[in-house]
Structures are given as structure tokens and as C-alpha cells.
Design a protein around this ligand. Structure first.
Ligand SMILES: N[C@@H](CCC(=O)N[C@@H](CS)C(=O)NCC(=O)O)C(=O)O
Length: 310
């Protein structure tokens, strides 16, 4: 059986594009399972326990939520430490945070409303566009993310383009001579902006060149699989061995907990806390369909609390 990593994603997802390009850069072979662009997602909800964002990756009975952890998995599997977001530092880390924080929403908010509507109608059709807008209007509920108004969003995008143009004046990639996770993390909000009919400032010539170079990495060796294939792999595998855990305030290993993103898409997943490291939290979920699954979340940006098993 093919045991390469499975990416649960949809084509127009920018965070998924970040991961697909990393597969291209590392010449990786991977399995693609297309999810609906909004929940419910029958191909992956039973595996993740309801984590509502995309992408999600799967290796047998291990499920990885959030592109930061997926990037770390790719960095380890391909021995490319520069793709590990938890090793990024200095100005690379700062720009990456700006792009994936304010930049992600600004990429959309800075595009004129009519152009956005046209993009959605072309992508999803009239009913799909209606469903998409309805779904996304609740995405920020209960979270800390507060998107900016259109005028501020334009300034945020211009600021990112300006900083990037400045960096690329003296080096080929954001971190220096070779691509790193920062390039892929800054690329995808720009990809989103351009996919929604936004544009690059004419003066951003180095940004344009850098953007084209990154796009040329492509998506690697992609194989489409079915939901049954993904489920069969979860059923026939045991979770991989756990890492050594750190101590964690107020919670103990073996305790039943809930974990949810803090910024947006605030939907809790519950399970037994089985490992906590500097970068990740792993919970075990006992399921009838697959047996035991381990679901991995980033430690940073996610809130944990004790829960009652029902
Ligand atoms: N921090 C998350 C953010 C992921 C994210 O925002 N994904 C978008 C799609 S690109 C999403 O899930 N939107 C809502 C949805 O698809 O349900 C990550 O790095 O994976």
C-alpha cells in the first residue's frame, strides 16, 4: 500500500497551496483527497474529530491539523530543516507572521467587492457562492482575529509588498540563498490576493519574479485517492510512537481535554491528552470506525482545557 502522506484539501485553499508547493520544492510524492470547501467534510471530519480548517494531513492513524505542523512533518521527512516553521527566526519569522496574520484577511478585504463576487461565482456557481459566503460569515465567531476595513487592508498588502521588495533587493529568497518556510508562508496570501483578482504593484518587480520562481516548483508527484483509501489506511495502521512530553500547566497526560484554535474556525476537538512537546499537542481519539487515532495540533495558537467525556 502507498504510505505517502495524504493531504485533505481543496484546490482554492491558500494554506493548502503553501503545502502543495512545499511538496513540489521537495520533489515529494503525496496523496490528494479533495474536501468540500466548507463543512461538513465527510472525508476528514471522522478522522480529525471535527477540526474545521483546511489543510489537514494524514499518515495512517496520525492526523495533523494546521499547515504549521504539516510543514514540520515535510521538513522532517525530507530532511529540509529550513521548511520547519518552528526553526524560523528574525526578519523571516516576522514577515511570515505578518503575511499569515493580518495579510491573510487583507489579501481578500483589499480586493473590490464586485471582483470578489465574480471570483466566487466563477469558482462555486451561484448556489455555491451563497453557501460559501454564509459559511465564512461565521468563521471568525468566538475567535481573536479581527479583519481590517478595506482601506487598512490595502495598506497591509502594500506594506508586505514593500518589505518583501526590500528583502529581495539583496537576496533571492526571504531567508537568504535558498527557499525556506517563510517563502511559502508569504507566497500563499499573495496567491490568494491574485486569485481573487487583486494585483501586485507595478513597482514590485522583484516580488513578481520571486512569486513566479516559487510557482515553478509545482506540486510534486500528486496522486488522487478516495475517501475509502484514506479510511482504510487509518483502520489498518496504529498511531506512530509518541514523543517525550513536557510538563504542562493545569493539565496532565491521560486527562480528557478539548482543544480549539484561538484565532478563527473555533471548533473544539476532544480526546485524551497523550503528548505535549514545545511545538505540538497530541490527543488520542477512540473511534468505532478506525480504532485509536492520534490527532496532532500546534501548541501555539490553540487553547486547551479539561473536558468531561460524554
Ligand atoms: N492556521 C491554519 C489556518 C488554515 C486556514 O485558515 N485555512 C482556511 C482555508 S485556506 C480555512 O480553513 N478556511 C475555512 C474552511 O475552509 O473551512 C493553518 O495554518 O492551517
Amino acid at each position: 500500500m502507498d504510505d505517502s502522506i495524504i493531504l485533505h484539501h481543496y484546490e482554492s485553499s491558500p494554506y493548502a497551496e503553501k503545502i502543495r508547493l512545499m511538496f513540489g520544492f521537495t520533489n515529494s510524492s503525496w496523496c490528494s483527497l479533495i474536501s468540500p470547501a466548507w463543512p461538513p467534510r465527510p472525508n476528514v471530519d471522522p478522522l480529525s474529530g471535527g477540526y474545521r480548517r483546511i489543510p489537514i494531513a494524514q499518515l495512517g492513524a496520525d492526523i495533523f491539523c494546521d499547515s504549521a505542523l504539516i510543514a514540520q512533518e515535510i521538513a522532517t521527512a525530507t530532511q529540509n530543516p529550513s521548511l520547519d516553521p518552528y526553526r524560523a527566526s528574525g526578519s523571516s519569522l516576522e514577515l511570515m507572521k505578518r503575511a499569515e496574520g493580518d495579510g491573510f484577511f487583507a489579501a481578500i478585504m483589499s480586493v473590490p467587492r464586485l471582483s470578489l463576487l465574480g471570483t466566487m461565482l466563477r469558482g462555486f456557481g451561484p448556489l455555491g457562492a451563497y453557501r460559501f459566503v454564509k459559511d465564512r460569515s461565521g468563521l471568525l465567531k468566538g475567535g481573536t482575529s479581527k479583519p481590517k476595513a478595506a482601506a487598512d487592508a490595502k495598506d497591509i498588502m502594500l506594506g508586505i509588498f514593500e518589505t518583501l521588495e526590500g528583502i529581495l533587493a539583496t537576496q533571492t529568497w526571504i531567508g537568504g540563498d535558498t527557499p525556506s518556510v517563510a517563502d511559502f508562508a508569504v507566497y500563499h496570501p499573495i496567491w490568494l490576493h491574485l486569485s481573487c483578482s487583486g494585483d501586485l504593484p507595478p513597482s514590485a518587480t522583484k516580488v513578481r519574479h520571486w512569486y513566479e520562481q516559487l510557482g515553478q516548483f509545482g506540486h510534486g508527484d500528486r496522486h488522487e485517492i478516495t475517501q475509502d483509501d484514506a479510511f482504510e489506511r487509518a483502520q489498518s495502521s496504529a498511531p506512530r510512537p509518541l514523543p517525550t512530553s513536557d510538563a504542562i500547566d493545569d493539565l496532565e497526560l491521560g486527562q480528557f481535554i478539548e482543544i480549539q484554535p484561538e484565532d478563527y474556525g473555533v471548533v473544539a476537538v476532544s480526546g485524551t491528552l497523550v503528548a505535549v512537546t514545545t511545538d505540538r499537542v497530541i490527543i488520542a481519539r477512540e473511534t468505532e470506525m478506525f480504532g485509536e487515532l492520534h490527532v496532532h495540533f500546534p501548541r501555539s495558537g490553540y487553547a486547551l482545557q479539561a473536558a468531561i467525556k460524554t
